[in-house]
Ligand binder design. Structure first.
Ligand code: SAH
Length: 467
């Protein structure tokens, strides 16, 4: 078909599921990163397969009217954002269609069976993310670098600035670098096996730094992940961090932890957490509910949009105060506690023990006495709970376990509310529940939690067909 390195003129027509531009030449599909539908470009073929290939944009001949200048100077190299060069309007349209098309193609629904509400977009598309995990490493000159991995690689693009994260991270990263230099603390270096693309050898101490900010409270938590048992000069590290934020009354550091991860792995956290300053959690608020959040716990990354997402989930649950509700994959009990205020009882199930501990404390902290939490797999624990009137699920990207879908279908609650961060697995599960499962898809609401990125969150309501 095409030769590698061949130069082509392409018209970009659509956006692929990973955010790349798509062009067709004589029925053959080419994916081109960092391009926008409507762009006319000169591209070089980099890889070809039987049905599709990849090309690199060499020159933009005529830019699309939807193309914008990226705010971020490293957007091309960094693997973080996919849509820095695309207008936000078109990004939202892409996300709305992504959810719709997944439900249609993977879920097997007809157009008229997909009751989709217009996507809820962000008011603020910059500096919205409350959590960041920066890899720490060494560059060619032996200098410590922090930043983000380049796309599909473990090469760190060195930066302390990011336009989607909170601005405080810049100060935190600069302070970490200064601390490591002053006390000669080494950064993690890993050797990647080019065949398996997995790390196989490693040395050096500091691997990652994770930060989380409570937007409502101004509390900041820092967690340094190390390949060793202790962070040398930990007291000085704390001093330097606190000093860096001295005089700021809008934010304050309330938690500094060290996490120990000596395994050669891509998984960021190890099992052991040591708190070296403050508490092993930060506190944040959503509406009038307070939450303790440990570094191990999941917490939605976009606070402004989280309110809207949970608001919809609560609305879809249709509670009157009489219902028994399950909140499966409940994390620190965020959705559970909102539900509990409007239900008879709420039962949360979550696999991460630290998150369940947070959930129990959070119920107490807010004087909520009708929410109960269990550690374990939703697919194993749910069937032991009292019969539900409403089930809420909010699984990770891989979606619900088949066993759990069976449990839902056996218990036949009136309503099922499905919060999803991956429309493909959502659609797969809707197919089961709305197929033989006896449910009708009533509402689908996409909510943009990750502006400038390709991921999209959504929440669906299903009700029983036979009453
Ligand atoms: N509802 C929460 C958390 C959603 S994220 C919130 O909105 O904040 C998904 C959660 O599912 C994570 O906390 C993850 O730890 C948990 N999880 C992953 N697999 C699980 C399983 N098999 N059973 C129960 N919880 C699981």
């Amino acid at each position: 078909m095409f030769e590698k390195n061949e130069i082509l003129e392409l018209q970009i027509e659509a956006i692929g599921s990973e955010g790349e531009g798509i062009a067709h030449v004589n029925g053959y599909t080419l994916f081109v990163k960092d391009t926008v539908p409507g762009d006319r470009i000169e591209a070089k073929v980099v890889k070809t397969g039987k049905n599709f290939g990849y090309a690199r944009c060499e020159r933009i001949i005529e830019p699309s009217p939807d193309r914008i200048e990226p705010v971020c100077p490293i957007s091309k190299r960094c693997g973080g954002c996919q849509f820095q060069h695309l207008s936000y309007e078109v990004e939202l349209k892409f996300k709305q269609e992504k959810v719709f098309n997944c439900i249609k193609r993977i879920g097997g629904f007809k157009d008229e069976e997909i009751p989709m509400l217009p996507i809820i977009g962000c008011e603020e598309i910059m500096h919205y993310r409350n959590k960041a995990q920066f890899p720490v490493g060494v560059d060619k000159n032996g200098e410590t670098v922090t930043g983000f991995y380049a796309e599909r690689s473990h090469e760190i693009v060195d930066t302390t600035k990011c336009c989607i994260h909170v601005e405080e991270n810049e100060l935190i990263l600069e302070t970490l670098k200064a601390f490591m230099k002053k006390y000669k603390i080494s950064a993690y270096e890993e050797k990647i096996n080019p065949k398996t693309r997995k790390p196989e050898k490693a040395k050096g101490l500091v691997r990652h730094i994770m930060t989380r900010k409570g937007f409502a409270t101004g509390e900041i938590g820092i967690c340094v992940v190390i390949n060793g048992n202790t962070l040398p000069n930990a007291a000085e590290f704390t001093d330097m961090m606190l000093k860096a934020f001295e005089g700021r009354n809008d934010v304050r550091i309330t938690s500094i932890c060290v996490n120990i991860n000596k395994k050669i792995t891509n998984v960021i956290f190890g099992d052991e957490l040591k708190c070296i300053y403050g508490e092993p959690y930060i506190v944040d608020m959503i509406e009038d509910i307070k939450f303790k959040i440990s570094p191990f716990s999941f917490y939605q990354v976009n606070p402004a949009q989280t309110r809207k997402l949970y608001g919809k989930a609560l609305e879809f649950a249709g509670l009157t105060g009489e219902e028994v509700v399950w909140d499966l994959y409940c994390g620190i009990g965020t959705i559970s506690l909102f539900l509990a205020k409007k239900a008879k009882e709420v039962y949360g199930v979550e696999i991460v023990p630290a998150a369940v501990e947070n959930a129990k404390e959070n119920a107490k902290l807010n004087g909520i006495e009708n929410a109960y939490f269990t550690v374990g797999k939703a697919e194993d624990e749910a069937k032991k709970l009292p019969k539900p009137d409403v089930i809420v699920v909010d699984p990770p990207r891989k979606g619900c376990d088949e066993k759990l879908l069976e449990t839902i279908m056996n218990y036949k609650p009136e309503r099922v509310v499905y919060v999803s961060c991956d429309p493909a697995t959502l659609a797969r599960d809707l197919k089961v529940l709305c197929g033989d499962g006896g449910y009708k898809l009533e509402e689908v609401q996409a909510v943009d939690q990750f502006s400038r990125g390709v991921h999209v969150e959504s929440v669906c309501l299903m009700t029983r067909k036979e009453k």
